[in-house]
Design a protein around this ligand. Structure first.
Ligand code: SAH
Length: 214
């Protein structure tokens, strides 16, 4: 077996052993090359189950966490999905192979520009990446079937709850940035919201306003 095939097999094994069991999610993660979303010397480590640094002081999430969040979101091919926190674009790419349409937002211009280049190069045509403060959601395209937030807020942001369809699901980390955060799943029902706590996680904080780089 080639080194590449061996690394990929170990990658999938690590995902499964950490609870990513959904077949469609595993297939998407097998198909989409994480190294394409990581620049420079960290590309060698793309298939390790570890978060890695990206530009603007942010991180590409740990693959098993991407898998668990995607699985908890129960995406179908009819869904319009909103992601807050484009970062490298990896999570958006995984979502795009499961959903009808993905909107992804980041507050850093550079991250959005670089992610768009990767989406174009790899042919992910159903993703729209936008520079904006994601804590306000994307009112123009609301409501959404699914929303995923990949940065931690103290509580689920009100505008995001308001932009979730009835029957829709949102997955997000909540808690203070330097403390233990919980990954939660919020389901919108006819008369309110149901909350499930999934597991402890650690994400960079959701910061209001745009990044201040040129
Ligand atoms: N999903 C990413 C990882 C994201 S890291 C991936 O697959 O690589 C979290 C991202 O959230 C960072 O890029 C950060 O810039 C972004 N972020 C933080 N606060 C934000 C906000 N208010 N609006 C939009 N993006 C935000």
């Amino acid at each position: 077996m080639s080194d590449e095939a061996e690394r990929k097999m170990q990658f999938l094994f690590a995902l499964r052993s950490r609870g990513v069991t959904d077949r469609a999610v595993l297939t998407a993660m097998e198909k989409i090359d994480r190294a394409a979303f990581i620049r420079h010397y960290f590309t060698d480590r793309a298939y390790e189950d570890t978060p890695l640094p990206i530009a603007c002081g942010q991180t590409i999430s740990q693959p098993s966490v991407v898998g668990l969040m995607t699985q908890a979101l129960q995406v179908t091919s009819r869904d319009k999905v909103l992601e807050i926190g484009t970062g490298s674009g990896y999570q958006a790419a995984i979502l795009s192979s499961l959903a009808r349409r993905v909107y992804t937002i980041d507050r850093h211009r550079r991250l959005v520009t670089e992610a768009r280049e990767v989406f174009e190069r790899l042919g992910f045509v159903n993703i729209t990446a936008l520079i904006a403060d994601g804590s306000r959601g994307l009112p123009d395209q609301a409501p959404f079937d699914r929303i995923v937030v990949t940065a931690a807020a103290e509580d689920p942001p009100g505008p995001l709850l308001a932009q979730l369809k009835i029957g829709g699901i949102m997955v997000l980390p909540v808690g203070q940035s330097d403390a233990v955060q919980s990954l939660i799943r919020v389901t919108r029902t006819e008369d309110g919201f149901d909350y499930d706590e999934l597991r402890p996680v650690r994400f960079v904080p959701l910061v209001e306003g745009l990044g201040n780089e040129p």
